[in-house]
Design a binder for this molecule. Structure first.
Ligand SMILES: Nc1ncnc2c1ncn2[C@@H]1O[C@H](COP(=O)(O)OP(=O)(O)OP(=O)(O)O)[C@@H](O)[C@H]1O
Ligand SMILES: [Mg+2]
Length: 362
């Protein structure tokens, strides 16, 4: 007995993956709604045209479909790039299959194109977490080893200073000694911070007050470097749920990076709003879904290259002469512990925007 005939057309148009079908001349005969979204071209525009007019001939999608038509064999590539809307590259997986007519000869071919950019992003997040954990372990070990001899050195230097205090020449030496020991000590403390499991004391906080406190600390110095702060606060944004000291560290580091990114001056923009980013709009901290706030710190600096971007959150990665490369590793860790996320958007030559997504307190 026959059941309901399968609604193939409904199936194809409801599929979340892009489906692209071509005839033996590579003319497009199938282009489902997911293909319209992912590949940024309407079915009306592409149906009947050859795929080589739609995409560059060397595109893997074109190549795989051509191969499949020629050989009658399926092709697949787990990590390809196609040109999406506005020519932007989209990371996809591609699988092609031949369709044969009654005679058995290949009459057409289809490709299933799946968007893997989101998957990529999640993978990157996970990998980042792993590097942090390993480096954190090492940091703790090292820091503990260094801390004790360091405090002995400091004690000895303080004694020396007391003993020799009056003699100007020696006093100069001991104060250098003490100053540098203090600097090393603060580096050690930062290292320990990256490695240490953080226990958060989260309370509702007014994010604008926090940002203004950071601005108070850094705005004057920034102004002397011809950097002006621009505020774009959403006054209706509810309080965030965060640990005050830790989250201040995050904003402080991000603002400092933004300042350091603009040696020639420029605008540093502080933006607050409710998150509209589908990836980071809601978070569940154990009592149901919460909305997220998007706190963005944007600069007009040189931007970040694709290559640098991959290493940004890795501890000790720095491109600065006097940088430690711990700022962002620490930020990532802290925001992560809050159930939030940091997103980097950057256009080389134009600037960088760092978005902190943090849970809202209700
Ligand atoms: N706003 C930005 N614009 C351009 N590049 C940036 C920006 N923020 C971070 N970076 C890049 O990421 C690297 C790592 O940043 P991170 O804050 O972790 O370390 P750092 O600033 O070099 O040193 P520190 O430990 O003092 O913060 C920087 O060296 C820089 O190359
Ligand atoms: Mg930094």
């Amino acid at each position: 007995m026959m059941g309901h005939p399968l609604d193939y057309e409904g199936l194809v148009s409801g599929l979340p993956d892009a489906l692209v079908g071509v005839d033996t001349e590579l003319r497009v005969i199938l282009w489902n709604p997911a293909a319209e979204d992912l590949l940024g071209r309407s079915a009306r525009r592409v149906l009947g045209r050859t795929l080589k007019e739609v995409f560059a001939p060397e595109t893997s999608l074109v190549r795989h479909l051509t191969d499949t038509l020629a050989t009658g064999e399926s092709r697949s590539e787990s990590s390809a790039v196609v040109e999406g809307l506005d020519g932007r590259p989209v990371h996809v997986s591609v699988v092609t299959a031949p369709l044969a007519g009654r005679s058995g000869a290949v009459t057409s071919a289809v490709a299933v194109v799946r968007d893997i950019s989101r998957l990529r992003q999640l993978e990157a997040e996970v990998r980042r977490g792993e590097t942090l954990a390993a480096a954190g372990q090492m940091a703790i070990g090292l820091a503990h080893e260094i801390r004790n001899p360091l405090s002995a050195i400091r004690g000895a230097a303080q004694l020396m200073q007391r003993e020799l205090g009056d003699e100007a020449r020696w006093g100069e030496y001991t104060s250098v000694l003490l100053k540098e020991v203090t600097r090393v000590n603060s580096i050690i403390e930062m290292l320990l911070d990256v490695g240490r499991p953080v226990t958060l004391r989260v309370v509702p906080l007014n994010v604008h007050q926090l940002l203004e406190r950071v601005a108070l600390l850094l705005e004057e110095e920034a102004a002397s470097r011809r950097i002006t702060f621009v505020r774009r606060y959403d006054p209706s944004l509810p309080p965030i749920l965060a640990d005050e000291d830790r989250i201040m560290q995050v904003f402080h580091n991000l603002v400092r990076n933004a300042i350091e990114a603009m040696p020639g001056g420029g605008r540093l923009t502080l933006v607050t709003r409710l998150s509209m980013n589908p990836l980071f709009a809601k978070v569940d901290l154990g009592q149901g879904q919460r909305s997220m706030a998007d706190i963005q710190i944007a600069d007009e600096g040189a931007g970040i290259s694709e290559e640098t971007r991959a290493k940004l959150f890795t501890p000790f990665f720095t491109t600065k002469e006097r940088g430690l490369g711990l700022g962002l590793a620490l930020c990532h860790r802290i925001v992560d512990e809050h159930g939030g996320a940091i997103q980097v958007t950057s256009e080389p030559g134009r600037g960088t925007a760092m978005s902190c997504f943090l849970p809202i307190a209700r």
